[in-house]
Design a protein around this ligand. Sequence first.
Ligand SMILES: [Ca+2]
Length: 237
Amino acid sequence: MVAGHYSGITTLKAIRFSTFLVATEHHIDQWGSRHVRTLIGLVLVVLTGCASTGPLADLAVGPELPHQIANHGGSFEGHTPRGFAGSGTGLFAGDNLNPNFPDGDGVQIWLSFQLPFTMPVPEEVILRSDALNPRGTPFADLGALLAEPVVYDEFGPENFDLASTGEPVTCIRADGNHLECDVTDTVTSAIRDGLPRVQFRLKFETVSDGDGQPDLARFFRNDPNANEPGLFVLDLQ
Ligand SMILES: [Ca+2]
């Protein structure tokens, strides 16, 4: 009886503590502090040292592979021009976004993915979308669509010329609505380093073809100006 009662209290405390950790993770992610994440990860490992199951163990071990992570959506993402400060919600890459857009300038997409506290390091990570809806002929006129790693705490107009943190990879248009980019190096490095998120900027090799007409890779389900989680996923194998 005593042991069962004690076990019940322990389980309740574990659930409350795990809830606290999830809430703490949210705040830590706002700060982007890998050191605090690492410290909490160590605390989780110690606390789960005597237990192989339960909420703490789940948090400490993280998700199993294969695993998918949807894009963050909301205020962490959108598009910016390439030549001047500005931003919008829709996920567009290409040129001549609208008639008022300066001819010869383009736009680029910003994506953010939240990483678990900890997880196994995958062998392959593909950035994938099945929501590609081109306007004009961007893939014929603007070269390859590139995904390059970036790091930012807040998305906004001032991000437009942020330096990338690594080499870009070439994305492949698998078929009509599908896009794939092999981002294994960026994501596995981030998981090994305990980073809270990975972020990418998608842009074409050529800013504009200069014809004054829109050539855009747009990613949406129903509304071109809406962004939502799941328009892109990280596919970890
Ligand atoms: Ca054009």
